[in-house]
Design a protein around this ligand. Structure first.
Ligand SMILES: C[S@@+](CC[C@H](N)C(=O)[O-])C[C@H]1O[C@@H](n2cnc3c(N)ncnc32)[C@H](O)[C@@H]1O
Length: 233
């Protein structure tokens, strides 16, 4: 069975993709904390002055807005493979001052003709890339577009379907969504999505990042089945 793509997910009725920002806050444990920790990590690591950030899976635009709104020296190049999410990002960014410092391209990372980034983020995106060689080359494509030693913030679903710990976390995931106002059926459907995406264990993710040339992997976030690391090119 091929892995579920982002665009194959069923969005709750009466909302759909335009409601992505709200839905993400309801479903993703620590959604706001993920952005705050990412911003804090980049503030710690990037020198003062202008920095160019690569945002892989920039769809929706919220990530660029959150990272850019208080950091006027940061500019952003985003890539995303799903045109409606690129359109949403452009629309969202155009409403904010960050839009003037941002571009979002509807291309895969390996086709991006731009390099020497000071940092990259890849938030809730790599778990859509199958672990059949594609996830490794996805990570290699990110690393090769960074300056040597530059940081990547990667936040991704992790776990192994059927393993006791992952299954417990998935059940808690569903309850967490319900506590955040999601209807029980939609919460259950979202927890089931985990089974279908190309999620791998945290150990495997670290192995792939290391094989792609990243080093000094540093965990910075954990919220149920979502784990975040800093890694250096
Ligand atoms: C869950 S959303 C996260 C968007 C954003 N990073 C955020 O946190 O708001 C995942 C995004 O990754 C995009 N995506 C999925 N596979 C991708 C790939 N191989 N390359 C680039 N983007 C991809 C989807 O189109 C979608 O916009």
């Amino acid at each position: 069975m091929s892995a579920l793509k982002f665009e194959d997910q069923k969005f709750p009725e009466k909302s759909g993709i335009n409601d992505y920002v709200r839905l993400a806050e309801q479903f993703i444990p620590g959604r706001r904390a993920i952005f705050a920790i990412t911003e804090a990590a980049l503030l710690e690591l990037l020198p003062k002055g202008q920095s160019r950030l690569l945002v892989v899976g920039a769809g929706g635009g919220e990530e660029i807005v959150r990272l850019g709104q208080n950091n006027e020296d940061w500019s952003f190049v985003g890539v995303d493979t799903f045109q409606p999410m690129v359109d949403l990002a452009r629309q969202r960014l155009a409403e904010t001052p960050v839009g003037k410092r941002s571009q979002v391209h509807a291309v895969a990372i390996d086709s991006l003709d731009d390099r020497d980034f000071d940092a990259a983020t890849c938030i809730l995106t790599a778990h859509f890339v199958p672990d059949d060689g594609a996830k490794l080359s996805f990570f290699e494509s990110i690393r090769s577009r960074l300056k040597p030693g530059a940081p990547l913030v990667i936040v991704d679903g992790v776990g192994v379907v059927g393993e006791e710990q992952t299954e417990l976390l998935r059940r808690i995931w569903k309850r967490h969504a319900i506590l955040n106002g999601v209807a029980e059926e939609a919460a259950a459907a979202n927890a089931e999505t985990f089974k279908k995406v190309a999620v791998v264990s945290a150990d495997r993710e670290e192995q792939l990042l290391t094989a792609a040339g990243f080093s000094r992997l540093t965990p910075i976030f954990r919220g149920l089945t979502i784990k975040g690391w800093l890694a250096f090119a």
